[in-house]
Each structure stands twice: as structure tokens, then as C-alpha cells.
Design a protein around this ligand. Structure first.
Ligand SMILES: Nc1ncnc2c1ncn2[C@@H]1O[C@H](COP(=O)(O)OP(=O)(O)O)[C@@H](O)[C@H]1O
Ligand SMILES: [Mg+2]
Length: 250
């Protein structure tokens, strides 16, 4: 196993008396899709918010490329190249695709936005992901389908040269065809060298795209296993707590 780009060691988080993360380990490697699954309330979002620096962990260690790092502010996560694509996507409907991809970090050319450069980089990001479903980069995001919006949100992480991209339920609002497209995109994102962490309720999606599966059960990581070494039935068992796994795959 190569050195993980991100490694969480025994991270904890409580809200008042409620211990939501009880010493959780997680690793993510470049070029791999790491799935994080678990029932509602298991602590998935809390785990991700810690990694994004928006809601720091109380304890434990975070290693980035083998070095201990502090993640107490979204800026610290962004500086390391950790990007989260949230479920609600946070796209601006009234802006076009290029503007959305560069939101908040517009390329400046002597005081004005360098539209030409931004457009070229946006096109390159879509090319990296082999996206062919977007007709014009100057379309307003409001006119896009759910799958295309997800595409723009994911391509934004490529523009930012993210090293770790966390996707929160990227297919939750999509139909069958668009889900397949987005899962392809997730695979290509990993193939481009990014460590992808995907949260999903849909085990069909998880098995279609993930290399590694991590199951969070009431704040404890009860299974960490390669997708090829397990089955949807077993994973359902880990999620509901009727099955446990003591052996951690190396
Ligand atoms: N800001 C908060 N204050 C209090 N409790 C919280 C807060 N955020 C999450 N929780 C609790 O932590 C537990 C895990 O929540 P969450 O991380 O959202 O789980 P998941 O994303 O797996 O559904 C839940 O019991 C939830 O009620
Ligand atoms: Mg959640």
C-alpha cells in the first residue's frame, strides 16, 4: 500500500455530552475512490466537516502526505488541496459555467478578470474529465441538468488542482443515466491522480465506483475493506451493525 495522501488517526468529536466520532481512522490514497457509508446519524457529515476544516475535530491526528497538519479553518484545508463538493452544490444559477468554476478565485489580469484564461482552464478541466455533455461554457448554470451541475461542481475541483476531493451524495438527486455519467466522472477524477472520498447511501453506486469501502456505525469505523473483497450484503450488515469486521485490510 502506498502512503495515503490523507490519514485520520483516532479523530474524535462531541457535541455537548454526545460523542459523535469515537476515535475514527480513515485513509485516502491518490488515484483511488474511497467510499464512506453509514446510516443516518452515523457521523459521516461530522467526519467530513472536520476534514474540510469547517468544524474541527476535538482530538486525534490528521496526517497529510505523512505530515501532521492542523485543520481548524477551511483555508487550511483548501491550502492543502482538500475540496468538498457539497450536496447542495453551492453553484450560482445566474452565473455561467466558467464563472462558477472560478467563483471566489478569479484569475486577475491587471485589475480585471482574465476571461480568456479562465475559459481555457475551464475547458481543460472538462477535457481532463472527458466531459462531452456541456455544449457551451458560457451557459448559465440555471439551464443545466442535475448531472451537468454535478459535473461543473466536480470540474471546479480540477480547476483548483485539488488533491483530495470529497463528494457528498453526488448522485442523490439524479436519474439513472445521469448517475452513470457522474459515476464515470468520479472514476476519471480518481484516474487523474486525485484521492476521491465519496459519501453515498446507494450501495449500487458504491460498488460501481469505489476501490475502498469504509463503514461508520454510531461514530465508530466498523469496517474498512476493499470493494473487491466484500459484497453489498456484507456492507449492509456492517451499516446496520448486524455484522462486524475485526480484521482491518492492509
Ligand atoms: N452541530 C451539531 N450539534 C449537535 N449534534 C450534532 C451536530 N451535528 C451533528 N450532530 C449529531 O451527530 C450525529 C451524527 O450526525 P452526522 O454527522 O450528520 O451523521 P450522518 O452524516 O452520518 O447522517 C447525529 O446524532 C447528529 O444529530
Ligand atoms: Mg450527513
Amino acid at each position: 500500500m502506498s502512503q495515503p495522501i490523507v490519514e485520520l488517526r483516532g479523530v474524535t468529536k462531541s457535541f455537548g455530552p454526545v460523542e459523535v466520532l469515537k476515535g475514527v481512522d480513515l485513509t485516502a490514497e491518490a488515484g483511488r475512490v474511497t467510499a464512506l457509508v453509514g446510516d443516518n446519524g452515523a457521523g459521516k457529515s461530522t467526519l467530513i466537516k472536520g476534514l474540510a476544516g469547517v468544524q474541527p475535530y476535538d482530538g486525534g491526528e490528521v496526517l497529510f502526505a505523512g505530515e501532521a497538519v492542523s485543520l481548524h479553518h477551511p483555508r487550511e484545508a483548501a491550502r492543502l488541496g482538500i475540496e468538498v463538493v457539497y450536496q447542495d452544490l453551492a453553484l450560482c444559477d445566474n452565473l455561467d459555467i466558467v464563472q462558477n468554476m472560478f467563483l471566489g478565485r478569479e484569475e486577475m489580469a491587471t485589475g480585471t478578470f482574465d476571461e480568456g484564461r479562465m475559459e481555457a482552464e475551464a475547458a481543460r478541466a472538462l477535457q481532463t474529465l472527458s466531459v462531452k455533455t456541456v455544449k457551451s461554457l458560457r451557459q448559465k448554470v440555471a439551464s443545466l441538468s442535475g448531472g451537468q451541475r454535478q459535473t461543473v461542481a466536480i470540474a471546479r475541483s480540477v480547476v483548483k488542482q485539488a488533491k483530495v476531493v470529497i463528494l457528498d451524495e453526488p448522485t442523490a438527486a439524479l436519474g439513472v443515466a445521469q448517475t452513470a455519467q457522474v459515476l464515470d466522472l468520479v472514476r476519471r477524477l480518481a484516474d487523474s491522480g486525485v484521492a476521491v472520498i465519496i459519501i453515498s447511501h446507494n450501495l449500487q453506486d458504491v460498488f460501481a465506483v469505489a476501490d475502498d469501502i469504509n463503514v461508520l456505525y454510531l461514530g465508530t469505523m466498523t469496517a474498512r475493506i476493499q470493494a473487491k473483497d466484500t459484497s453489498p450484503d456484507d456492507v449492509v450488515g456492517y451499516i446496520t451493525g448486524t455484522k462486524t469486521m475485526t480484521e482491518v485490510q492492509a
